[in-house]
Design a protein around this ligand. Structure first.
Ligand SMILES: Nc1ncnc2c1ncn2[C@@H]1O[C@H](COP(=O)(O)OP(=O)(O)OP(=O)(O)O)[C@@H](O)[C@H]1O
Length: 305
């Protein structure tokens, strides 16, 4: 892919706060047109600090950012009509109704879609007459999203878009984000929900302490982590009887095998169990989930390994 096919390009970005704390320590990544890219990370990893650089809300101390080929800070006027931003806290006047807030926002947005359409997209059409202060936390998030969508953006920045939403609201938002992507919108989102990244993201990056520690498709990120096989041995069968090739962590009769070759290890285990006439109880074999990969990375990095 050539560089002009990338809608977002971040090269060796650094961001240091007053007092000298380096929140973003020289990260690089790029997002292609029509891609959903998720930034994941532990609390304080530097996700919001990074997204603010992409949105042009702050300038990097070092490095280069381009969004749709523009410098988001210096060429803000050119870029602003083409991007949609959903911040963690919308911060609009709480005495206005949903419809008034949306109209006010539309007044500041060039080429805005009809306000009723934006509210319908996020499932808030029925709540148009309600004051913002009377909305639930999840409804406020949906209003934030409606406002970000008003200008039919080519690039959408979503900072924790589903925080506070119930399971149904979260799934509705995922569907909407996928539909936007399918119409060509490029989406960069931050999230704490690994299931959200696993289900939504075409590619993702996991940040920890200002660095990107791993990046790739959800499948690539999890493929690098071992799968696990768990079972319980019957009473009287010692873990020491398991074949040496199946290096197992045993806690009493409960056994956990971690393996990069799930099919082969499982095959060996089942052959051994059959030949030894051992019944494996509660047998469970699965590939690593993104959550396991994430926890593994966070723990490894924190331990300084
Ligand atoms: N204005 C600021 N001044 C000093 N330090 C800051 C400031 N804003 C953020 N930080 C610090 O920078 C680090 C990264 O913060 P940031 O909000 O970017 O992380 P995050 O990954 O978005 O976290 P979370 O998941 O908790 O929202 C944190 O240690 C935070 O305390």
């Amino acid at each position: 892919m050539t560089s002009d096919e990338y809608v977002i390009e971040a090269e060796r970005l650094r961001r240091t706060y007053a007092g000298g704390f380096e929140a973003v320590t020289g990260i690089s990544f790029s997002v292609a047109r029509g891609e959903i890219f998720a930034l994941l990370g532990t609390n304080g990893a530097g996700k919001t600090s990074t997204v603010e650089l992409l949105e042009g809300l702050a300038a990097p101390d070092e490095g280069r950012v381009r969004v749709l080929g523009h410098d988001p800070r210096r060429e803000r006027a050119a870029l602003r009509p083409r991007i949609g931003v959903m911040l963690q806290e919308g911060g609009f006047p709480s005495d206005l109704t949903v419809a008034e807030t949306t109209r006010m926002w539309a007044g500041c947005t060039s080429g805005a879609r009809p306000t009723g359409e934006a509210l319908k997209l996020v499932g808030l059409a029925e709540r148009s007459g309600v004051r913002v202060k009377q909305l639930s936390g999840g409804e406020r998030r949906r209003l934030d999203l409606a406002l970000a969508l008003l200008g039919r953006p080519e690039v959408l920045f979503l900072d924790e878009p589903t925080t506070g939403l119930d399971a149904e609201g979260r799934r509705d938002t995922w569907e909407l984000v996928r539909a936007l992507r399918d119409c060509g919108t490029t989406v960069l989102l931050t999230t704490h929900y690994l299931e959200e990244a696993e289900s939504l993201a075409d590619r993702l990056a996991i940040m920890h302490r200002g660095r990107i520690v791993t990046t790739g498709t959800p499948a690539e990120v999890t493929a690098a982590r071992p799968a696990r096989i768990r079972f319980v041995l019957p009473e009287g069968v010692a873990a020491g009887r398991l074949p040496l090739s199946l290096r197992a962590a045993a806690a009493g009769r409960r056994i956990e095998i971690r393996t990069h070759h799930l099919q082969q290890s499982l095959g060996e285990l089942l052959v051994w169990a059959k030949e030894s006439d051992v019944r494996l109880e509660e047998l469970d074999a699965r590939s690593a989930s993104l959550e396991e990969a994430f926890l593994d990375i966070a723990q490894t990095q924190t331990a300084g390994v």
